[in-house]
Every structure is written in structure tokens, then in C-alpha cells.
Design a protein around this ligand. Structure first.
Ligand code: AP5
Length: 212
């Protein structure tokens, strides 16, 4: 299965991807996590991306398309993958089509902007493996410690309310047009993501059932 998760920042793409990739036994490719990893390792690409990410802007298409092209060619992607955070612009979607990647479905997780802003303030992420938690809605077993790898949980720099508002504007202007792009291809599945994590997971599973 080749799946794209679409949705505003904080809609729950990463949270749902983590659950579905285990069930389907396919990797999740998160461009956000890849960029943060590159930054942590001090690579030239990571340092270049930092300026855009801190401001809530999108990293230039050529950088992102390059890393996706390399990643989907890896052997662990042979049986499928979940794309979380890519594509985010029409040129990125066109580049994916041009790579010959035949996507099965695009799952759009819909959450209102007001709920997003509240959600983001409580998000904590593992600085080691990137797993995502929430201070109220998805608590780790031990406060401040990642369940998966024992890493320290921290707040993302771009989760500051002002930056979240900028990211939402960028989403509405540059990423939302992808809904029409994939709807025209007959691949768009829309899921309501405003309720609890488990409710969204149930809706995601139902939406994916027809693809089995
Ligand atoms: P990226 O890391 O992809 O950020 P994003 O899309 O803004 O998505 P988030 O990770 O913020 O949210 P999410 O939808 O995964 O939500 P989550 O599951 O964590 O990108 C960061 C930056 O990198 C971009 O701004 C850009 O600069 C750059 N970038 C990345 N990809 C790019 C691309 N393709 N092109 C150009 N630039 C790119 O959930 C959020 C919180 O809510 C968590 O705390 C979670 O526990 C909680 N939660 C989840 N679901 C629920 C629920 N149902 N109820 C209550 N709480 C919930």
C-alpha cells in the first residue's frame, strides 16, 4: 500500500501514521522528521532547512523532492509506505507522479484551525526517535520519557502559537490545493480528525478497508 497522509499541521498525521505503519508493516516517510534529523546531524541540508522550518515556511521543493526520491528507492519501501508531510505543494505532487510512484490513496485528516492551535501547545516529541505525544491526549507512561526508545520529550520550536498560525496560513495557501489535485485523480479519502485519537484511527481504518 502506498498512502499519502494529508492535513494541516497538528491534524494528527504523524500520530495515525505511527499506528497504521505498524499494522501494515510498511515504513512511514516523514519529511518533517527527516529534516529534523538532518538538522540534528548538522548536515548542510539540515542547516539550510532550519531557516524555513523555524519561520513556519515550506522548505524549497527541490530539496524535498531530492530526499523523497532517494528514500522511496530504498529496499524497505518495496511493499509500500506512508508519506507523512509530502507532498505539500502541487510541484511536489507532480514530481511524485513523474517518479512513477503510483499512490493508492490520499487520506485527508480534517481538523478546524482553532483545535489545531490548542493541540500544538501540548505536543511533545522525542528528540531521539521523533515519536509524538500530547500532555493531555496522548501521555507517555513516564512523564517526559519516550515509550518507544526512552529518549527525552521536548517541545518543537515551531509549535509556538505565532508560528503555528503562520504554518496554518502556509497550509491553506500551498497545501490545501492538493485536495482538488487528488480528488480529480479519484484518490482522495476524507476523515474527520477532531475527536479522540482512537476515533480518528477507527475512521482511518474504515476508509482504508476498501483498499485491501
Ligand atoms: P512536519 O513535521 O511535517 O509538520 P506538520 O505537517 O506541520 O505536521 P505536524 O508534525 O506538526 O503535525 P501532525 O499532523 O503530524 O500531528 P501529530 O500527529 O504530531 O513539518 C515541519 C516543517 O518541515 C514544515 O513546517 C516545513 O518547514 C518542513 N517540511 C516538512 N515537509 C515538507 C515538505 N514536503 N515540503 C516543504 N517543507 C516541508 O499531532 C499533533 C499533536 O496533537 C500531538 O501532540 C498529538 O499527540 C496530538 N493529537 C493527535 N491526534 C489527536 C486527536 N485526535 N485528539 C487530540 N490530540 C491529538
Amino acid at each position: 500500500m502506498k498512502l499519502i497522509l494529508l492535513g494541516a499541521p497538528g491534524a494528527g498525521k504523524g500520530t495515525q501514521a505511527e499506528i497504521i505503519c505498524k499494522e501494515k508493516n510498511i515504513p512511514t516517510i516523514s519529511t518533517g522528521n527527516m529534516l529534523r534529523e538532518a538538522l540534528k546531524n548538522g548536515t548542510e541540508m539540515g542547516l539550510k532547512a532550519k531557516v524555513y522550518m523555524d519561520a513556519g515556511d515550506l522548505v524549497p521543493d527541490d530539496i524535498i523532492i531530492g530526499i523523497i526520491k532517494d528514500r522511496v528507492a530504498q529496499p524497505d519501501c518495496a511493499n509500500g509506505f506512508i508519506l507523512d508531510g509530502f507532498p505539500r505543494t502541487i510541484p511536489q505532487a507532480e514530481a511524485l507522479d513523474n517518479m512513477g510512484v503510483d499512490i493508492d490513496a490520499v487520506l485527508d485528516i480534517e481538523v478546524a484551525d482553532e483545535a489545531i492551535i490548542t493541540r500544538m501547545s501540548g505536543r511533545r516529541v522525542c528528540e531521539k526517535c521523533g515519536s509524538s505525544y500530547h500532555m493531555l491526549y496522548k501521555q507517555p507512561k513516564v512523564e517526559g520519557v519516550c515509550d518507544n526508545c526512552g529518549g527525552t520529550l521536548v517541545q518543537r520550536k515551531d509549535d509556538h502559537p505565532d508560528t503555528v498560525k503562520d504554518r496554518l496560513n502556509v497550509y491553506h495557501n500551498q497545501t490545501e490545493p492538493l485536495k482538488e489535485y487528488y480528488s480529480k485523480q479519484g484518490k482522495l479519502l476524507v476523515v474527520h480528525g477532531q475527536e479522540e485519537v482512537e476515533d480518528t484511527t477507527r475512521l482511518v481504518r474504515e476508509a482504508l478497508e476498501d483498499l485491501q
